[in-house]
Design a protein around this ligand. Structure first.
Ligand SMILES: [Zn+2]
Length: 466
């Protein structure tokens, strides 16, 4: 069976219909994907890692079977949590968010998460957010409340609650009465704020966008009004994604998203985590304790929609499984060319096509490990080498690189390089703020020589690795 045939067999569990559906792209061979990114007020934790590692694997696989994927993941760089944290730290919002974006990029890069094609920041997209609110007001799906906020009227959208299955009557009892709202559950599109940092002018006065409107506006700007897949953590189903659907469908009168995908929660048991210094959930801390391969292996050990239990036992199991694979690969030459097609590759794709059943994929890859051991015992290295090569190829789609096998990768050097990049970016930001353009240009060239491309916009610089 050819990979191209497998392309038509993909099934995805759609949170909207609550069942596995045959995947059909809007535009043949192309997939537009939007995933809600992080709110950058603190360091990333294992919950973020799970969601973004899963979508990273999904994108790698879809490209592997021949799809052309456009992947957009936003960055929420304005939000109450950010404002509060900046105040607590006595630093500007810009300094906090820029610092956290650097840390996030570093952690994700270390975790071998490929960069999305576009990573738009909310504060760079205020205009398209305002434009969307104008449409909703014009169409009477939104209204200006007495306190100056613009609110979405959930009564105006009859299918509100469909994605999450929320019972709005129960919801009403839970939500505190607010005199500015027509309905208790109406949510903010534009928050009126007259003073303070990070406010923008709008037809309704100064203020800031509400959280939900950013994803409707940004996804429409980069992927159009109707696109294939929208993903995120399951904690975003309500209210965030429910509200996104209401906003986008009411504004554009179109299908919005065909497939909604959500990753399960990560639950951790303090008693089962050996070191409880408060950092155990923090990605940097985990990466200092375990290898990248081990962490990725652990993160994909449970089906992406199921709960993942984060505890020492489960990480130990991941470590042990990797050890078995290392042992099988030991002594083989995995740089030889593989078979053109084989049963393992086909079964790998079949399991991935079944709503990305990665635990099943891993069990298939362990059959491959057993085969390698058998041929090694028989001293048949011609076949053992080809199978090892296949094993490395298929694990690479899961983003697992078997770093110990590759002596060229040196993390200490990577850390040093990163610290230098970080220093240079912050130095350049300061130079730009004091209009010292020649220094800013010199630093940009230095960064380029280190493999970092810097793109300047009016208020900030965005960097990415070449
Ligand atoms: Zn979002």
């Amino acid at each position: 069976m050819k990979i191209v045939i497998l392309l038509f067999m993909l099934k995805i569990y759609n949170t909207l219909s609550k069942k596995k559906e045959k995947f059909k792209a809007i535009c043949n061979g192309n997939i537009n994907l939007y995933v809600c990114g992080s709110t950058v007020y603190d360091l990333c934790h294992v919950g973020h890692a799970r969601t973004f590692v899963f979508f990273d694997i999904m994108v790698r696989y879809l490209r592997f079977i021949g799809y052309n994927v456009k992947y957009v993941r936003n960055i929420t760089d304005i939000d109450n949590k950010i404002l509060n944290k900046a105040k607590e730290n006595e630093e500007s919002v810009f300094s906090l968010t820029n610092r956290m974006i650097l840390e996030m990029s570093y952690d994700f890069c270390n975790l071998n998460i490929l960069s999305p094609d576009l990573e738009p920041r909310v504060t760079d997209n205020i205009k398209c957010i305002i434009d969307l609110i104008i449409i909703l007001l014009k169409k009477k799906y939104a209204y200006l409340a007495k306190n100056g906020d613009v609110l979405f009227s959930i009564d105006s959208y009859s299918r509100y609650g469909y994605l999450s299955g929320q019972n709005l009557k129960l919801l009403k009892n839970r939500i505190r009465y607010n005199y500015s709202k027509n309905n208790f559950s109406d949510f903010v599109l534009w928050k009126r704020v007259d003073y303070g940092e990070c406010i923008w002018n709008s037809p309704w006065g100064f203020g800031r966008p509400g959280w939900h409107i950013e994803c409707s506006a940004i996804s429409q700007k980069y992927l159009g009004v109707h696109y294939d897949i929208h993903g995120g953590g399951s904690d975003l189903i309500f209210p965030h994604h429910e509200n996104e659907i209401a906003q986008s469908i009411c504004a554009y009168n179109n299908g919005y998203v065909n497939y909604w995908m959500h990753t399960g929660l990560v639950i951790f048991d303090k008693k089962k985590i050996s070191k409880s210094n408060g950092n155990f959930f923090n990605l940097k801390y985990i990466l200092s304790k375990y290898s990248v391969d081990c962490l990725r292996y652990f993160l994909i050990s449970s089906h992406y929609r199921n709960i993942l239990y984060y505890n020492d036992d489960n990480i130990y199991n991941a470590k042990n499984s990797l050890k078995k694979i290392y042992n099988a690969l030991y002594g083989t030459n995995y740089l030889v060319s593989t078979f053109s097609e084989d049963d393992f590759k086909i079964r790998f794709c079949q399991a991935m096509n079944d709503d990305f059943n990665i635990p099943k994929v891993i069990s298939i890859l362990f059959e491959l490990v057993d085969e390698i051991n058998i041929f090694k015992k028989k001293n048949n290295f011609l076949i053992a080498n080809k199978l090892s090569s296949r094993l490395i190829e298929l694990f690479s789609i899961l983003g697992i690189r078997f770093l110990k096998l590759n002596k060229k990768i040196n993390f200490k050097n990577n850390d040093k390089k990163y610290n230098l990049i970080k220093k240079l970016i912050l130095k350049r930001d300061n130079a730009r703020r004091s209009c010292n353009w020649s220094i800013a240009d010199k630093i940009r060239n230095k960064l380029y020589s280190l493999g970092v491309v810097v793109e300047d916009s009016l208020h900030r610089s965005i960097w990415k690795i070449k």
